[in-house]
Design a protein around this ligand. Structure first.
Ligand code: SAM
Length: 316
């Protein structure tokens, strides 16, 4: 029996996308289930332990990502498509090609394939409440502009959510507004293109957005729902690998680095957190993901509790 699957463009999340579906099938195959599926990808490809180790080392060196021990199914599924597309017969051949004659397109495609870009609007809620009710008013009191960094911004939902909060805050504030700029950075070029396009399909538009915000901050276009220009104008997007230097970005008052550190080793977490601390203005604030902490890796931050939840502040 053949199972034919059609994934619509509307399915932005990996679980529903063709890539996500293929990952899931590989996992099922690993669990010895028998489910023949018609696919344009090689469905017999499984990376062996030695190649997996070598590939993991490559990924950790070039972008800090740690694959862990049990993700062979995922790597096999994602790499099989690239092996087909670029005409390589094995993972060592692919790694050799990337190391010998740097091919930026191939390297970009491999990294894009291995990043997890899961995101949503106003993810976890409380950071945006703290931003709105505590940080923006406090920073505005100082009178200067406010610079925000959405680090590991994925397809832009985090940066645009911040910009929406700023618009709502400005409206409620009778006194002079201060300029707010938002820099979104990510490792994946493909996902940054999506962020710059600022057009979202019917599924991703409902993840975390109230109806009121959907109506207010989006316009309907042929391809989906586009973030309105007044929200886009505060945001810029730039490619940045967090294991490289980011001194050229300048200094920020508020940093979101949410659900990014979880993919790194302890040593990379320490380097990234210290690097972020160096890019912050005195008294700057840092939001990490709900399952992430800074304490074991750096002493640069202290926890500040607010009635909306906790945030980290640069010490000193
Ligand atoms: C799970 S998403 C989180 C998106 C958003 N911050 C959120 O919380 O919804 C993680 C993002 O980090 C990016 N990323 C992973 N490794 C990175 C690195 N070395 N440098 C910069 N970005 C990286 C991925 O491309 C991905 O878009």
């Amino acid at each position: 029996m053949w199972l034919h699957v059609y994934c619509t463009r509307a399915a932005r999340g990996r679980a529903c996308s063709p890539a996500g579906f293929s990952d899931t099938l590989s996992r099922i195959r690993h669990q010895r289930a028998r489910l023949p599926v018609s696919s344009t990808f090689r469905d017999d490809f499984v990376i062996d332990s030695r190649d997996y180790e070598e590939f993991s080392r490559f990924l950790s060196e070039c972008c800090g990502l740690v694959l862990g021990d049990s993700r062979q199914y995922l790597v096999s599924s994602r790499l099989s498509r690239l092996l087909d597309e670029f005409g390589y017969k094995s993972v060592p051949e692919l790694l050799h090609a990337m190391r010998q004659a740097p091919n930026p397109r191939l390297r970009t495609r491999v990294i894009d394939a291995m990043t997890t870009n899961e995101t949503s609007w106003f993810r976890d809620g409380f950071p945006f409440e703290i931003l709105r009710h505590v940080l923006l008013p406090e920073r505005a009191e100082k009178g200067a502009g406010i610079k925000v960094w959405s680090s590991g911004c994925s397809s832009g939902q985090e940066a645009y959510s911040i910009s929406m909060v700023v618009s709502e805050w400005e409206e409620s504030r009778p006194r002079r507004v201060v300029p707010v700029s938002i820099m979104g950075t990510d490792l994946s070029e493909k996902i940054l293109d999506d962020a710059r396009r600022a057009v979202y399909d019917g599924l991703s538009i409902v993840r975390g957005l109230s109806e009121a915000r959907r109506a207010r901050f989006f316009e309907t276009v042929a391809e989906g729902h586009r973030v309105r220009p007044e929200i886009q104008r505060r945001c810029r997007f730039q490619k940045l690998n967090l294991i490289d230097s980011y001194a050229a970005l300048g200094k920020f008052d508020i940093v979101f680095c949410r659900n990014v550190l979880i993919y790194f080793s302890a040593e990379t977490k320490r380097q990234v957190l210290d690097g972020i601390a160096r890019q912050m203005n005195p008294g700057g604030y840092l939001f990490l993901g709900a399952s992430e902490t800074a304490g074991p890796y750096t002493q640069a931050f202290e926890t500040v509790r607010t009635e909306y939840g906790s945030v980290l502040r640069l010490k000193g």
